[in-house]
Design a protein around this ligand. Structure first.
Ligand code: CA2
Length: 158
C-alpha cells in the first residue's frame, strides 16, 4: 500500500511567527538615527504585520530590555509559535542564555540586525546566537525583518 503523504497544515492553522526585539530597540527612531534610521519600533511592527499578512502568516511581537523575559518568551514559543525572528540587540554579543533557549526551542529562527555589525566595533562582530539561527540578516535596516519573515514563510511551507 502507498504511504500516506504527511499533511502540511494550511497557513490559517500555522502558529504565528514570533518577532523578538532585545534591549534598547524601544529607542528606535528616537536616538542615533544615523545608525538605526528614523523608523520607530511601532513602524517596524506595522511593516511586519503588513508583510506577514501578505505572506499568510500570523505574527506576534515582544520587545524587552530584560534577558530573562526574552528567555521566557523563547521557551513559550516552542509551543505557541512556528518560527522566530530575533534582533537580540546587545545580548547578541553576550548571551549564552539566549543561545541555549533558541536551541531548546527547536524552531527555525532568523537573526536580524538593523546595522551591519561587521562594519562596526570588533565586539559586535561575534554573535552568540548565530549557531541557533537558520540565517542572519544584517545591515539592511528594517527591511531585514521583512526578509526574515519571507524566509520563514518559505521554510514553513516546505
Ligand atoms: O544593528 C542592530 O540591530 C543591533 O542588534 C542593535 C543593537 C546593537 O547592540 C547590536 O550590536 C546591533 C543596539 C540596539 C539599540 O538600539 C537603539 C536604537 C536607537 C537609539 C539607541 C539604541
Amino acid at each position: 500500500m502507498a504511504a500516506k503523504a504527511a499533511r502540511r497544515p494550511p497557513a490559517s492553522e500555522t502558529k504565528p511567527v514570533l518577532v523578538l526585539n532585545g534591549p534598547n530597540l524601544n529607542m528606535l527612531g528616537k536616538r542615533q538615527p544615523e545608525i538605526y534610521g528614523r523608523e520607530t519600533l511601532v513602524d517596524v511592527e506595522a511593516a511586519c504585520r503588513t508583510e506577514a499578512k501578505r505572506l499568510g502568516l500570523g505574527v506576534e511581537f515582544l520587545q524587552s530590555n530584560h534577558e530573562g523575559a526574552l528567555v521566557d518568551r523563547i521557551q513559550a514559543a516552542r509551543e505557541q509559535n512556528s518560527g522566530i525572528v530575533i534582533n537580540a540587540g546587545a545580548y547578541t554579543h553576550t548571551s549564552v542564555a539566549l543561545l541555549d533557549a533558541l536551541n531548546a526551542a527547536e524552531l527555525p529562527a532568523v537573526e536580524v540586525h538593523l546595522s551591519n555589525i561587521y562594519k562596526r566595533e570588533a565586539f559586535r562582530h561575534h554573535s552568540y546566537i548565530s549557531p541557533a539561527a537558520v540565517g542572519v540578516i544584517a545591515g539592511l535596516g528594517s527591511q531585514g525583518y521583512l526578509l526574515a519573515l519571507q524566509a520563514l514563510a518559505r521554510l514553513l511551507a516546505r
